[in-house]
Ligand binder design. Sequence first.
Ligand code: PAF
Length: 288
Amino acid sequence: MAAANVSLVTVRDVESLRRRIQGWRREGHTVALVPTMGALHKGHITLMERAKKMADRVVATIFVNPKQFGPNEDLSSYPRRETEDFEMLNAAGVHLLFAPDVSVMYPASFATSVQIGGIGEQLDGAHRPGHFNGVATVVTKLLLQALPDIALFGEKDYQQLAVIRRLVADLNIPVDIIGVETVREPDGLALSSRNAYLTADERAKAPALNAAIATAARAIAKGESIADATAAARAQILAAGFAKVDYIEARHAETLAPLGSNAEPGRILAAAHLGRARLIDNVAIPKA
Ligand code: PAF
């Protein structure tokens, strides 16, 4: 049997990462960065494929960032499958994998954090205190470590994308942030590494989250009040078997400020608990 064609290289320290990227720069290549926490699925591979279309060289990162997990969250059980991830990235034609250890990213003397106010303190930021500071800190580090031309993030984590756009603008980091649309299962469930936590029964109930917010989005576009549409969606999600809804809100699609009217570009964002999983999702409110 012919040996698998392996061209993907893994580096685990910042110096090796920079040496590779500087080599590409000298050859005149553009560079895309796709940060991940691993446990890759088709949604991540869509990000890699988009990156390949937009830049000459693609760097994926895998780092389960302890700073973005709360004390009672799933840091220790978060799925880690670097061997399978490597194979998927290699098959997708990614050029370089940066997979540092925690001690490389946060050496014992590490004392800095990026604090994101406003846009990072509401919705998921209110329910997961410190989460977006952890995301902002690691994403700032990854961007400065790699200095890519572009960096790609999924719209599934819509508030995270808005937070990253904010910090890049605020800190004048010279990179274009590209949001990529959510990849879904045929029944509407957004792909997520945390879907692995769902039992078969919960998996059957999970699409209710997307169905409820999509119904609310259409209702708001047709003129139903935001309060009525989101209340109906909340009831629908709980009736489907979710234990708790953390929030379901209609927000301005760019600023994430509460949506004033359906004339503004709007987005419905929601987070709800189903068994061990906390699922998040969001949809655009169609133009009225
Ligand atoms: O979306 C993720 O996987 C993570 O939050 C990110 C952006 C890689 C930062 O750890």
